[in-house]
Ligand binder design. Structure first.
Ligand code: C2O
Ligand code: CU
Ligand code: CU
Length: 471
């Protein structure tokens, strides 16, 4: 158990929520068609993506009969506008910060030069602008996202609504023939006035979860799928802290991609653990006659702590409505070549721990709280690194590193090492309480790279560190 911690005060997701209205009492509409994401217009020519993003407060009608809800949004959209670009494109995005706080845009998962990656070291002050520029290299096709990363304000800016998706496409995509659905999962926590609730002490400790898990900003929307139809779904866990164990019990599901794009070959799956910040691509084949609920669900997932009744329930994130029947499109056996990274030049250990006795430094990496002026590790461009992310913690913490994608080599399960069954490029991996994950990566560009827990409250509390990649 956690010494020095007052369980009642920390709430474990219940005590602090007492004052908040229950989901059903707020009147948020549900069961509408899946909202389409708005797209950021490309103002550039071929081989370019040129666009503008402005972060500003916006009031949007959310609850019928109640005053509009104030969000902080990119271009007034919740989620932010989706960016679609192609491998090889030059990207040039002009960002304007109209918030009262410093902000940045971080291009989560993307191979972007360190000084263009929205590090906390490069804040865009209130009223200021910044042009972000980078090129999308060959092989970078994947489902990424963008969100703020200012020092100490990341969680608040994200839960107020600042996040959008960034899809890089390839001209040689083996799944280009499939229709796509894009699902951005986020958490919404409202107070009795229908405004976004402040974070409680329990939120800052456990990670913030709301009364609602939204899909593209809608509550329990309806997704249309035909019997036998194959669709490619890209799913983003854009929540602050909710680890989601996803299931589509009626339908056939193959995993085809992870954070860094396609995997080698489709893999049949029954559930998909998606931690905050993580993405997956799945191919869903419509099977309606199974007697199982036709829904996208989040199954209860115990994060190494007691679960409140809400946390122990199965959540319906979306329902899947049968829209006729269709011929089943082919699914190639082979999707991509992924070469295993070889033997490491450097091995490091990264410890995740919690010190409940010290509210000023509660979430730690290698015993330390983040310091913007401290370099924790120094590495080299092109060098293969092997990191053991060791949890000495009582709850799960999803590990994330900037600037590259990694391969998980092995993980412990109840302390017993298991070799990873398939190769995949990832930039987030959940580290369950008490377990270790071994991963390898190469950084291909110099500069400072952050690594941190992607529970945004923990990141803000200092569960973050820096790798300086030398030329
Ligand atoms: Cu998605 Cu450093 O973050
Ligand atoms: Cu990131
Ligand atoms: Cu954490």
């Amino acid at each position: 158990d956690m010494p020095g911690m007052d369980h009642a005060a920390m709430g474990h997701g219940t005590a602090s929520n007492v004052a908040l209205p229950a989901a059903d009492s707020l009147g948020l509409p549900r069961g509408l068609p899946l909202p389409a994401l708005s797209m950021l217009a490309n103002q550039g020519g071929s081989g370019q993506f040129v666009g503008q993003l402005q972060a500003a407060p916006v009031s949007l009608p959310l609850l019928p009969g109640k005053p509009a809800t104030t969000f902080w949004a990119y271009n007034g959209q919740i989620p932010g506008p989706a960016i679609v670009a192609w491998e090889g494109d030059e990207v040039n995005i002009a960002f304007a910060n109209k918030l009262q706080q410093p902000s940045t845009i971080h291009w989560h998962g993307m191979p972007v030069p360190a000084e263009q990656d929205g590090n906390p070291h490069n804040p865009v002050l209130p009223g200021q602008q910044q042009a972000y520029r980078f090129r999308l290299p060959p092989g970078s096709a994947a489902s990424y996202w963008y969100h703020p990363h200012p020092h100490g304000h990341t969680a608040q800016q994200a839960y107020m609504g600042l996040a959008g998706v960034f899809v890089v496409k390839s001209r040689h995509d083996p799944l280009a023939h499939l229709p796509e659905q894009w699902l951005v999962l986020s958490d919404l926590k409202l107070d009795a006035h229908g405004q976004i609730a402040d974070s409680s002490a329990a939120d800052r400790h456990d990670g913030r979860e709301g009364q609602f898990v939204l899909v593209n900003g809608g509550w329990q929307p309806v997704i249309a799928l035909a019997e036998g139809e194959r669709q490619r779904w890209r799913i983003w866990n854009a929540s602050s802290a909710r680890i989601m164990k996803l299931a589509l019990p009626a339908h056939e599901v193959q995993l085809v991609g992870t954070d860094g794009g396609l995997i080698g070959a489709p893999r049949h799956i029954d559930t998909l653990l998606l931690s905050p910040g993580e993405r997956a691509e799945i191919v869903v084949t419509g099977r309606f006659a199974t007697g199982q609920p036709s829904a996208l669900q989040a199954l209860p997932y115990n994060r190494g702590k007691a679960m409140s009744p809400e946390q122990a329930a199965t959540l319906t994130l979306a329902t899947i409505r049968q829209a006729g029947s269709k011929a089943t499109a082919t699914l190639p056996d082979k999707l991509r070549d992924i070469t295993a990274l070889g033997e490491p030049a450097v091995k490091r250990v990264v410890n995740f721990s919690e010190n409940m006795a010290n509210p000023a430094a509660m979430f730690l990496i290698n015993g330390k709280k983040f310091d913007m002026n401290r370099v924790d590790f120094s590495g080299k461009v092109g060098q293969i690194e092997e990191w053991d992310i060791v949890s000495q913690a009582h709850m799960d913490h999803p590990f994330h590193i900037h600037g590259t994608q990694f391969q998980v080599i092995a993980r412990t399960d109840d302390g017993v090492w298991q070799t990873e069954p398939f190769l995949a490029w990832r930039d987030v991996v959940n580290i369950p309480a008490g377990e270790t994950v071994r991963l390898r990566f190469v950084q291909s560009m110099p500069g400072l790279r952050m690594f941190h827990c992607h529970i945004l409250e923990h990141e803000d509390a200092g569960m973050m560190a820096m790798l300086d990649v030398r030329p």
